[in-house]
Design a protein. Structure first.
Length: 188
């Protein structure tokens, strides 16, 4: 990396914790911006790592999870996803747990395909995506905060839903398109 790509042009003068709950912490930073002017910067720190799973069966079907997203005020179709409890489980253990909780599926083959920052202008949230294959069906066990619908569809249909704007979740969009590219390259 070049020096100008790693040098931080921001100066933090003071930090004040504004709010905290079990999932996030909001901090207000008094800063000098890259031009040297004073300002504020709000930062949302996520206490868990975002985990997404693209389950694929031998016929190239996948599973989507539908639920009402309170923050959006609307329904959302997504890949199975959730949080990795930092320091309490590995990313893979979290992916395995989330897949079973939300779909009832278990997989014998796991491939981590990407790391991403989900909204890096205001949050440090990081996410990882796995592809799960060699699946067996069990019983879903969603959390009490989840009222989920499950849909098994051809993988190509999920991509078409993305292109029509029926899927808008960033983790899902990136995961499905990266999976498609890896399939085309013969990696998956």
């Amino acid at each position: 990396m070049k020096e100008n790509e790693t040098k931080n042009p921001w100066t933090t003068l003071e930090r004040t914790e504004i709010y905290e709950n079990p999932w996030i912490k909001v901090t207000e930073h008094q800063v000098l911006n890259p031009a040297g002017n004073e300002g504020i910067y709000g930062l949302v720190h996520f206490k868990n790592i975002a985990i997404g799973i693209v389950p694929l069966d031998e016929d190239r079907n996948t599973w989507l999870v539908g639920q009402y997203r309170y923050a959006l005020g609307r329904y959302s179709w997504e890949i199975p996803e959730g949080g990795c409890l930092i320091g309490k489980e590995t990313k893979l253990e979290a992916a395995q747990r989330e897949l079973k909780e939300e779909t009832g599926l278990e997989a014998k083959e796991w491939t981590e395909i990407m790391e991403m920052h989900l909204s890096n202008s205001v949050t440090d949230e990081v996410g990882y995506v796995f592809v799960a294959k060699n699946l067996t069906k069990g019983i879903a066990q969603p959390e009490d905060t989840e009222e989920l619908k499950l849909k098994k569809i051809p993988f190509e249909t999920a991509l078409e839903m993305c292109m029509r704007g029926e899927i808008t979740d960033s983790l899902t969009l990136l995961a499905l398109f990266k999976t498609k590219l890896l399939m085309e390259q013969g990696v998956l």
